[in-house]
Design a protein around this ligand. Structure first.
Ligand code: SF4
Length: 145
């Protein structure tokens, strides 16, 4: 799809869900702001939308976001479904808190890259040491991805 400035628009960014397990101050005021909405699209509807945009608008790259995309119930079928329709550039933006559980399955399904939000790195001071909260856990996950 060519926009009014002559640029080729071939990237699609999908917010899979409003739900998140964090409450960053610039995003929401509390975790209760992240309730699942009743009209959230299911996996089949999401894939139909992507297919239509691929066929009619030339979408070649997809990025999955939220909220927190790892809390979307059918994330892995969404990733494999997008890959099966011939889109090979599939990325995800996540706070990383739940990535360890699904990283391998997501890579197997076709996920190619991950943007990690630094908000998930919690700094703590303990007995004079600075502990980078989830940093070590995330590094282990990144080796998988
Ligand atoms: S992790 Fe992202 S979606 Fe969740 S509260 Fe923070 S900025 Fe918002």
């Amino acid at each position: 799809m060519i926009d009014l400035h002559g640029r080729n628009i071939n990237k699609l960014r999908i917010s899979l869900t409003e739900v998140c397990n964090m409450a960053c101050t610039y995003c929401v005021t509390s975790l209760s702001d992240h309730k699942r909405v009743s009209d959230e699209l299911n996996a089949e509807q999401m894939l139909s939308l992507v297919r239509m945009l691929k066929e009619h608008a030339g979408i070649e790259k997809v990025r999955l976001t939220g909220g927190e995309p790892l809390l979307y119930p059918n994330l892995i079928p969404i990733v494999s479904g997008i890959r099966e329709m011939g889109i090979n550039s599939i990325g995800m933006t996540t706070n990383g808190q739940l990535l360890a559980r699904k990283a391998e399955a997501l890579v197997d399904a076709g996920l190619k890259n991950v943007n990690l939000s630094l908000d998930s790195l919690i700094l703590k001071i303990s007995k004079g040491w600075v502990v980078l909260g989830n940093y070590i856990k995330l590094l282990k996950v990144l080796r998988l991805v």
